[in-house]
Design a binder for this molecule. Sequence first.
Ligand SMILES: *Cc1c(COP(=O)(O)O)cnc(C)c1O
Length: 453
Amino acid sequence: MKTKKFMLSEQQMPTKWYNIVADMPNKPLPALDPATKQPVTFESLSRVFGEELVKQELSEERFIEIPDEVQDLYKIWRPTPLVRAYGLERMLDTPAKIYFKNESTSPAGSHKPNTAIPQAYYNAKQGIKYLATETGGGQWGSAMALACQYFNIDLRVYMVKVSCEQKPYRKLLMNAWGANVIPSPSTTTRFGRDVLAKDPDCAGNLGIAISEAVEVALEHGEHTRYCLGSVMNHVLLHQTIIGEEALLQMEMAGDEPDVVIGCFGGGSNFAGIGFPFLRRNLTEGKQTRIVAVEPTSCPKLTRGEFQYDFGDTAGMTPMMPMYTLGHSFQPSNIHAGGLRYHGAGSIVSQLYKDRLIEAQSVPQLETFAAGMMFANSEGIIPAPESCHAIAVAIREAKRAKEEGCPRTILFNLSGNGMIDLYAFEQYFANKLTDYDLPESEIRRSIDELEQII
Ligand SMILES: *Cc1c(COP(=O)(O)O)cnc(C)c1O
C-alpha cells in the first residue's frame, strides 16, 4: 500500500523557529520612522508591539526557541499532515509528484494561529491585558480571538464594516472565542469619528481599521498593545514551523521538492513553507525553486516597485522597504481577501530583489478552477487564497507532462474555504470575472510615493 499522509509525532515537532535574516546575503534595509526618516528603534516599536516580539523583529539570530507553552498549544493541531495528492495527480494525468502541507487543520481553519498564539503568549507574559487588531476578511481576527482566550487577554477587533456585513460567520466565530468585534469606522476612536464626520456611510477599509487599532494601542494605557497577522519579520518567523515540519516530512517520504509554492498576501504562509527550504539553498548549495503566487489584480511582486512605503493605507505605520503597488492602491474586489494587500514584507522583498525566490501571478478564474479541481480530487474545499498556490502547482504539473519530465512539487494549503463558500457560490453562478489591471492604475499609486531609495 502507498503511504498517503506523512505524519510526525508530537515528540518530533520542531522546537525552534528559523530566522532567515541570519543567512541572507543582503540583509533587509531597516524600517524608518516616517517623521525623522531614521531607522525605527526598539523603544518606538515597543510602544505598539509586545517587547519580545520587537526583539524578534530586529533579531539576526538563526534559530529562536519556541516556548514550551506555545509548543503545548501548537499540539492542539500540530504537527500538521503532509499529504501526497495522488487524486490530483491522477486527474491531471501528470508524471509529477504533488505534495501539500495541510495548514487548514487548525481550529481557525488557516495557518494564522501559528503566529497568533506566540503573539498572545509574549504579550500576556509581559503583563498586557488588552490587545487591539484589525481584520479584513476575518481570518486574522478569528485566529487572534482563538489565541487570546488561552491567555485571558481581552481582544478588540476592528473589522472592516462591509466585511462585517458580508461575512457574518467570521464575526460569530470571533464572538464565540470571546473577542469584541467593532465594525470600522467606529465612534470608539478619534480617527474613526473623524472619518464618520466626513462620511457617515463609509464602508471602511483595512487602512482605517489599522489606524483605529493602533490608536487604541497607543492611547489606552500601558497594558494595551497592537498585533498584526502578516508582513512583519516576527510574523514570518513564527510561520516557519510549517516548513521545518515539511522538511522532516519530505525526508520521511524519501523525496526532494524541485519547487515549493505558497500563495502571497503579505508573505507569512509563503515564508512559512519556503524559508526552511531556502536555507538549504543558501547554506548547502541546493537549488529548490521557491515560488510566491499573487493575484493578477494585486501584483506587487510581479509588477510593483521596490520602494519605501507605509504598511497601511492611512500612512500611520513605519515606512518599510518593500515591493509595493503604493499604499493608496485599491485592489479590485476579488474573493481572496487575504491577498488584497498593496505590499510585500521587507525580508521577502529583499530576497526577491536578489532573485533568490520567484513570483507568478494568476487570474481569479484560473484560481477557482484549480480550487474546484482540488476539491473534486482531494476532497478539501480550499480557501480562495490557497487556490492561488494550487493553480501554480497545477501549472507545474501540466508542464511536467508536456515536457515529459517528472518533478516533485510541494505547495502550502494555507487554509480551508468552509466559511468562504459564498465565493464559490459566485463562481458557480458565473458571476466572477478576471480583471486586467492597466499599467496606468499601478503607476498612479506608485508615483505618489516619496522616493527614499
Ligand atoms: C491571511 C491568509 C493568507 C495571506 O496571508 P499571508 O501572510 O501572505 O500568508 C493566505 N491564505 C489564507 C488562508 C489566509 O488566511
